[in-house]
Design a protein around this ligand. Structure first.
Ligand code: FMN
Length: 319
């Protein structure tokens, strides 16, 4: 696979990042991705109960990851509406983590603190103007995510295919493509659009190492191309597997429910109920529309190796 600027920036072999995934991107997953030559990311809530201490949980997860890999790994930090963000930032700095991936919020807030501590900062964006603003704030790279992606998406709902080349043309720092990538074809396509690497989420859910519940992993294997939907547009578009909860949210939206009513119905832990507890009726299962292509639960190493192995053949096909 091509060695890009992203590899040099992050000290990794393959330009592949495993995206943060709120309840399920645990130390085992992140370490497996880093050991396979990519960059694994831990999410502060991974594996914890809703009332547990998020900061202590992150510290624990970091220690576990350190015991499982000597390679660089990072932490995903959604900024907006997070009452513990200051303590989480301090925990990441104190633990001397190599990479912080900030999301859902203003990159002006923490970038300089991380950079002063020698930590590389990547910021998640979903529109050109946000990428330019993140670059001005001094981030080292942006992750540009199209709305094919699982989980929370940008308000403008741009596709990966249209977003990446426009962001690439608008900034000089490396751009990582996210949303709808799960094999070597997707990686080659992203690099052809000018990206320096990819971030994948949904593909890494259906792995042996991910903390996702088996029911969630199997639901991804069963999903077809049309089995995800964007819900919760009043709160922020969120791509989830179609199920009873998705139908209910869509019904409420069609009936004009307010943001408050939607929030009251969805709550803060319905996503945990689906993704970590495996309740595929009452839970929200964040999932990208590439799920229809994922047919097997595999090990992380196997997935990254096959992307590296298939990369050359995909390129040869273009000649
Ligand atoms: C189950 C799940 C949970 C996610 N949670 C987060 C999160 O907590 N923070 C974040 O920045 N992105 C989150 N994402 C987005 C991923 O990090 C990644 O950018 C996205 O999955 C890429 O698109 P793909 O699903 O098509 O691979 C989540 C995605 C999934 C599938």
């Amino acid at each position: 696979m091509k060695r890009t600027r992203l590899c040099d920036l992050l000290g990794i072999e393959h330009p592949i990042i495993q995206g943060g995934m709120v309840w399920i991107a645990n130390a085992e997953l992140a370490a497996a991705v880093s050991n396979a030559g990519g960059l694994g990311l831990i999410s502060p809530n991974a594996g914890m109960s809703p009332n547990d201490d998020q900061v202590e949980n992150l510290k624990e997860q970091i220690e576990i990851a350190k015991s499982l890999t000597s390679k660089p790994f990072g932490v995903n930090l959604p900024i907006l509406n997070n009452p513990h963000i200051e303590e989480l930032v301090t925990a990441v700095i104190n633990a001397k983590i190599k990479v912080a991936v900030t999301a859902a919020g203003n990159p002006a807030l923490y970038t300089s603190r991380f950079k002063e501590a020698g930590i590389k900062v990547l910021h998640l964006v979903a529109a050109v103007r946000h990428a330019q603003s993140a670059e001005r704030r001094g981030v080292d790279a942006v992750i540009a995510e199209g709305y094919e992606a699982g989980g929370h998406n940008g308000l403008d709902e741009l596709t990966t295919f249209t977003l990446i080349p426009q962001v690439v043309d608008a900034v000089t720092i490396p751009v990582v493509a996210a949303g709808g990538i799960a094999d070597a074809r997707g990686v080659v396509a992203a690099l052809a659009l000018g990206a320096d690497g990819v971030q994948m989420g949904t593909r890494f859910v259906a792995t042996r190492e991910c903390a996702a519940h088996q029911n969630f992993k199997e639901a991804i294997l069963k999903a077809s191309d049309t089995d995800t939907a964007i819900t919760g547009r009043k709160l922020g578009p969120t791509r989830i597997l179609k199920n009873e909860v998705a139908s209910k949210i869509l019904e409420m939206e069609a009936a004009g429910a307010s943001a408050e009513d939607l929030l009251a119905f969805i709550g803060s832990s319905r996503s945990r109920t689906g993704q970590f507890e495996g309740d595929m009726v009452n839970g929200e299962a964040y999932c990208g529309s590439i799920a229809g292509m994922i047919k097997e639960i595999r090990s992380v190493g196997d997935i990254i190796r096959s992307i590296a192995d298939d990369y050359g053949a995909v390129l040869d096909n273009l000649k």
